[in-house]
Design a protein around this ligand. Structure first.
Ligand SMILES: [Zn+2]
Ligand SMILES: [Zn+2]
Length: 219
């Protein structure tokens, strides 16, 4: 599903499998990044969606994981293996992925087991800029829903795009959620003043007003 020129949704309940959170593909000139990888229930469909919109000479160089939960990461190993790209996650959530922690990754909520997943690049600290193609993607640590939740932001044709997958939460003890962190993160995300928000379960919000209203509704 095309969102903008060079920005597509390639996974989600209507596109791939009911267990899949949304996954997005962002092309920045000669290369592209995939944001989240779905649950792994429909990897061939996700890969076919990428192949449908991305010319074969444009590699996907990065799989950026917004957080460790199964609906976003269960497909990561298979997808990254096929694409030959590096897997990036915040160090505080990488711990749960590399350990295959069924509770902290919410795999147990789906009646599944989390297969331990090796993270190639662990982001430390509050923020980092990742070079992709001829552009860059800014990664911001926004804990709360999980300890290592992140949002990613990039400029595309004058639009500030925000990938904020589980802005809506939920907060739960087994997910190691923290309400204080969550509220601070929401205020931070609001202040980014994004033009387009690509969310994990609520779809795509267009225009600063729509984005702001959605984020503020969880404060
Ligand atoms: Zn989540
Ligand atoms: Zn989710």
């Amino acid at each position: 599903m095309k969102i903008l020129e060079n920005l597509w949704q390639v996974a989600g309940p209507e596109l791939t499998a009911p267990e899949d959170a949304a996954a997005y593909l962002l092309r920045l000139g000669p290369a592209a990044a995939l944001i989240d990888a779905g649950s792994g229930e429909a990897v061939p469909d996700l890969l076919a969606n990428i192949a449908r919109v991305l010319p074969p000479e444009v590699p996907v160089t990065h799989l950026l994981l917004t957080h460790c939960h199964f609906d976003h990461t269960g497909g990561a190993e298979a997808v990254a293996g096929h694409l030959g790209c590096r897997i990036v996650a915040h160090a505080l959530d990488a711990v749960f992925l590399e350990a295959g922690d069924h509770a902290a990754t919410a795999a147990s909520w789906y009646g599944r087991r989390m297969v331990p997943l090796r993270i190639d690049h662990k982001i430390q600290g509050a923020q980092q800029t990742i070079a992709v193609g001829n552009g860059e993607i800014h990664a911001y640590h926004c804990p709360g829903h999980s300890p290592g939740s992140m949002v990613f932001s990039a400029d595309l044709d004058g639009h500030k795009i925000l990938f904020g997958q589980d802005i809506h939460g939920p907060l739960h003890a087994s997910l190691r959620s923290d309400r204080g962190d969550y509220l601070r993160s929401l205020r931070f995300i609001l202040a980014l003043n994004a033009d387009i928000l690509c969310e994990g379960h609520y779809g795509i919000f267009r225009g600063q007003d729509e984005v702001r209203t959605f984020i503020a509704s969880f404060l």
